[in-house]
Design a protein around this ligand. Structure first.
Ligand SMILES: [Zn+2]
Ligand SMILES: [Zn+2]
Length: 119
């Protein structure tokens, strides 16, 4: 028989924990038996609840911030599209009204016939 190192209680040979004080026995230690998670005291539950609430609030805040950011991102996206459309229009090829030649977008005169191009 082995005695518990914590309370001196007699332990069964195959016990990993003392049935009286819950201390892990030498056998339990030798076999690396995990100490069970003890039930949480009340204040810890309150703490967990408070944490959960805080987490929810933070998530809500993030959610709000994200939708706000999304709106901004949408606006920026629209602006970018506008600018891009502008740039594309500027760079779109210009066809000569006289000879039909395809000229680079920023051409003022036809590269083929020299005719003035429409802006
Ligand atoms: Zn004990
Ligand atoms: Zn031309």
């Amino acid at each position: 028989m082995v005695d518990c190192r914590g309370c001196g209680d007699e332990l069964a040979r195959d016990a990993n924990f003392c049935p009286r004080c819950g201390l892990r026995t030498e056998k339990g230690e030798r076999e690396s038996v995990r100490t069970p998670v003890t039930p949480r005291p009340e204040w810890e539950k309150d703490m967990a609840t408070a944490l959960n609430n805080a987490t929810r609030l933070i998530n809500d805040a993030f959610q709000a911030a994200r939708s706000g950011l999304q709106a901004v991102a949408d606006e920026v996206g629209v602006e970018i599209e506008k600018v891009r459309g502008q740039a594309t229009r500027d760079l779109a090829p210009v066809y000569c009204p006289k000879c039909g030649n395809r000229n680079p977008g920023d051409s003022l005169y036809c590269v083929r016939c020299g005719g003035k191009l429409q802006p």
